[in-house]
Design a protein around this ligand. Structure first.
Ligand SMILES: NC(=O)c1ccc[n+]([C@@H]2O[C@H](COP(=O)([O-])OP(=O)(O)OC[C@H]3O[C@@H](n4cnc5c(N)ncnc54)[C@H](OP(=O)(O)O)[C@@H]3O)[C@@H](O)[C@H]2O)c1
Length: 265
């Protein structure tokens, strides 16, 4: 393991787990954040990928960059931020960039996934040795979606949608393994252990939270919804994740406090 690693997005749902595991390996970890907090066990660097502020300092002397940062509301900014980061890392002499991506981004019309694919291509063309891991949706994200839908008295569930959620900590472990290995280009996709209809995910959440709500199936129009029905975002041949969504929910001991990792820092 290289002893100097920059993690972008190290304050996020996945990033917190990656940083925790890297610290366990004894790595010297630096985290880029727009609003770093004091008293962290890693070295925080204030910066912003959309403006380039702090980037030079963030990459100075690091040998590996684990790039997880993303702002769902500004996917074009993610692409430009990835370009800035790869240029800065290359100029600073970094030897490996590990990038997290999403299964099916090269075939999916969803705007966020299209930008993710563009960012993948920026990484591949950057001249930096790289590793790209595409995964399916995280358990935390599936929980967040279920929670959001279940706020309504009658829960709308997109008809025909399925998910293959994967445990966020298993993804973090895989990323740490990849960061310690040689750059490998695009590695095999990583999906969760089971493919579940959206209604089953929502039911599992309601049951774990001890709540009752009627569900109503809603047919969502458009190309993006059709791609989700076709399962472009699924990886049935790469169901390498172990922990099921049910086991993940059960691990959130107190149903009344059942929360996703989003905003739970
Ligand atoms: N969620 C899923 O199901 C899923 C599935 C596959 C892949 N992924 C990918 O995994 C990665 C992490 O996802 P997540 O859900 O853990 O994200 P998240 O919790 O939303 O965290 C986003 C992170 O990005 C950082 N960030 C955002 N804009 C930034 C900017 N302009 N400059 C610097 N840092 C910025 C944030 O840091 P500060 O706020 O501290 O600045 C935060 O640490 C993303 O790239 C996502 O596309 C997610």
């Amino acid at each position: 393991m290289s002893d100097s690693i920059l993690v972008t997005g190290g304050t996020g749902t996945l990033g917190r787990l990656v940083v925790g595991r890297l610290l366990e390996t004894g790595a010297d970890v630096r985290v880029l954040s727009r609003s770093p907090r004091p008293g962290t066990p890693y070295a925080p660097v204030r910066g912003d990928l959309t403006t380039g502020a702090g980037l030079e300092r963030a990459v100075d002397g690091v040998s590996t960059v684990v790039h997880l940062a993303s702002d769902f509301r500004r996917p074009k900014g993610d692409v430009e931020g990835t370009r800035r980061l790869t240029q800065a890392a290359r100029a600073a002499g970094a030897g490996h960039l590990v990038f997290i991506s999403i299964v099916g981004v090269d075939r999916h019309p969803y705007f966020y996934y299209r930008a993710k694919y563009e960012a993948e291509r920026v990484v591949a063309a950057s001249g930096l040795p790289y590793t790209i891991l595409r995964t399916t949706q995280f358990h935390d994200f599936a929980l967040f979606l279920a929670q959001s839908l279940a706020r309504l008295p009658v829960v709308p569930v997109p008809a025909g949608w399925r998910m293959q959620p994967v445990d966020t900590s298993e993804v973090a472990e895989r990323l740490v393994e990849l960061a310690s290995a040689a750059p490998a280009g695009r590695v095999p996709d990583m999906g969760g252990p089971e493919i579940l209809p959206a209604r089953d995910l929502v039911r599992a959440y309601l049951s774990a939270a001890g709540r009752r709500r009627p569900l109503v199936s809603v047919r969502v129009p458009g190309k993006t919804a059709a791609a989700f029905r076709q399962g472009v975002h699924l990886a049935p041949g790469h169901a390498t994740g172990v922990r099921t969504f049910g086991e993940f929910l059960a691990g959130r001991v107190d149903p009344a406090r059942l929360v996703s990792g989003y905003g739970a820092a």
